[in-house]
Design a protein around this ligand. Structure first.
Ligand SMILES: Cc1cc2nc3c(=O)[nH]c(=O)nc-3n(C[C@H](O)[C@H](O)[C@H](O)COP(=O)(O)OP(=O)(O)OC[C@H]3O[C@@H](n4cnc5c(N)ncnc54)[C@H](O)[C@@H]3O)c2cc1C
Ligand code: FES
Length: 266
């Protein structure tokens, strides 16, 4: 892990309010594993760096997919090709593909596709079959199949029914879980909670999730991201962000009304 200056190659709004930024960073590109993140310097107004998952790696380039939600991500959305961005990473642990697994089911709720696209690439590189379940509130918020590898199968669901099946992505998850050797998820905490509730009777497959909590340092120093798990206290930035779904103590976590942000109860 190092601090590095990365030059922007492109920064495009690929969905309303969602940017895909490509940067030249041989260091991060050579070290990154799917599920890891970087801490991004987001301008003078942001005291703290902001965590973003590594979305894709190609040769010496690295990409991030982010939703503009506040001043940090807005600042980043305004940067242009040729600007340098200060990055710290790669950080955290990564998704683990078991050597015996062949069928990988990736479940993305909204912007949760961010770390899963890289995992899809890695899974296929390892010779696995990859299927993506993509969920969004509406069609315009769906990650385009154009950005997916053609070999990966994908199925979509939208809450308003404007694309794919009407409903939540977790509604169709049991139909595909039977095929999977492993399930990998990234999305709102409410989605994880639903998966956890149904896991015993419907899924019966190992599930890894990326847990997003507010981070201070991202380096295991401030303890601001500590969560209680069945295996004791864990720092999401260092021991995570990837956890086995079964390890999470749901009664110790809460989430905001949008279901997106983990609120630590203690
Ligand atoms: C390990 C990790 C990886 C992440 N990867 C991505 C990614 O690839 N793409 C992406 O778009 N976002 C990702 N996030 C969330 C991202 O870090 C936040 O959206 C960002 O820090 C917000 O910064 P801001 O200054 O724009 O917003 P702020 O002004 O800090 O906050 C604006 C709003 O966003 C909410 N918010 C802030 N932080 C989070 C968070 N961690 N989770 C959910 N809601 C938050 C706040 O409650 C507030 O409502 C990740 C978070 C973590 C912890
Ligand atoms: S964010 Fe500081 S310890 Fe995890």
């Amino acid at each position: 892990m190092k601090q590095t200056l990365a030059s922007i190659i492109s920064n495009d709004e690929v969905m309303p309010g969602v940017h895909l930024i490509w940067l030249e960073s041989p260091q991060i590109a050579s070290e990154a594993k799917p599920g890891q993140f970087v801490m991004v310097y987001c301008g003078e107004e942001c005291l703290l760096r902001r965590p973003l998952s590594i979305h894709l790696v190609e040769a010496s380039k690295v990409a991030f997919l982010f939703t503009v939600v506040g001043k940090g991500t807005y600042w980043l959305s305004q940067r242009q090709a040729g600007n340098n961005i200060d990055l710290l990473g790669p950080l955290g642990n990564s998704y683990f593909i078991h050597p015996a697994s062949h069928n990988l089911l990736l479940v993305a709720g909204g912007i949760g596709i961010a770390p899963l696209r890289f995992l899809a690439q890695e899974g296929m590189y390892q010779g696995c079959s990859v299927r993506l379940l993509l969920g969004a509130s509406t069609a315009s918020q769906l990650y385009s199949k154009y950005f997916l590898p053609p070999e990966a199968e994908s199925t979509v669901a939208t809450e308003d029914g404007s694309a794919g099946k009407k409903g939540m992505i977790t509604d169709i998850l049991p139909d595909f879980a039977i095929w999977a050797d492993q399930i990998f998820a990234c999305g709102p905490v409410s989605m994880y909670h639903t998966i956890a509730i149904h896991k015993q009777e419907l899924l019966k497959k190992p599930v890894q999730i990326s847990l997003e909590v507010r981070m201070g340092c991202g380096l295991g120093v401030c303890y601001g991201c500590t969560v209680k798990t069945k295996n004791g206290l864990k720092q999401v930035c260092k021991d995570g962000p990837i956890f086995d779904l079964d390890d999470i103590l749901w009664e110790e976590l809460d989430y905001n009304d949008r279901g997106k942000e983990v609120i630590l109860k203690w």
